[in-house]
Design a protein around this ligand. Sequence first.
Ligand code: GUN
Length: 381
Amino acid sequence: MSDQAQKPFSFKLLKTDGAARRGEITTPHGVVRTPAFMPVGTQATVKAMYPQQVRDLGADVILGNTYHLMLRPTAERVAKLGGLHHFMNWPHAILTDSGGFQVMSLAQLRKMSEEGVSFRSHHDGSKHMMSPERSIEIQGLLGSDIQMQLDQCIALPAERSEIEEAMNLSLRWADRSRTQFEKMGGPGKGQALYGIVQGGDNPELRVESAQRLGEMPFEGYSVGGLAVGEPQEVMLRMLEVTTPVMPVHKPRYLMGVGTPEDILESVARGIDQFDCVMPTRAGRHGLAYTRFGKVNLKNARHAEDPRPLDEEADCPATRDYSRAYLHHLVRVNEGLAAMLLTWNNLAYYQFLMQGIRDAIEAGTFEDFRQKTKEDWARGDL
Ligand code: GUN
């Protein structure tokens, strides 16, 4: 389907079970079943995976990064080559992050101002300016279906005044991002722009941020600034105060989260979309996620274990290779280790999401949540 597809962006809330929600996002590049986990494809690739493999696991949408792609190969080059979907051979939905978060964690010599953030590339030291307008322009050139406003995310713990300042700046940037998005014709192309709730670990600021953002016309709303150094219970508490004041009929996306448990607990608090490097990054470091918790394949105890990670799984990486072999591949640092373990991990994450969606539809989410946590607690045998 072309980027000019007429199907507008929409969100349908299909079913609720407690605070958990089952929904469907329609984009120009297909339907996204929610709750959804979006594999991270920072550099126009989900590392160590073929696009078709990612799709076959059940991913409806992946995430790309403005910051990385603006530096290499540049958004202009991607646009010239037909847009990000075509460039990377992923004809399904793509969400792009705005770049603010990555500038803060990766770029050098950053300078924040009302206008935006100027920085030097971590590759070659070249100078760049990221403003709300430039971020939307880049995301438009990439042609992503779901775009993010530029925001300021700060590490926790932080002073209240610092959190409030970042929240207010993010709200002003939300407004400028929206203006630019409309100027570029985003809504007419069926694209979406999400605003981002900030407010650190302060419940009042979280509520204020969500309410003021909710008054602005976004297609969806993200919760940012979490999983940045605070304990899990603080993150969950922030969700408990934030999601009840977010628009009911718009998708809610918790950025950069998380572990399988974070996801399960956040769904229970009304979140619809997630992304995290955890399954892909852990896969490149010898760590497997399974129904019965994490398995560290570097560990010598697997050296002569003929069992697969999970003989009942559908994913060949999970079912058809012994732990002894995976251990060997990890130990000798073979590329296939990263490929198989990433495949396994993304398969597990998508299996979890399918289980969550089925349970909400059946009205049995609470049972599913308990049972899943019991299985994790049982541990890897
Ligand atoms: N990824 C994880 N957290 C955040 C956040 O607060 N803002 C943005 N833009 N991206 C994120």
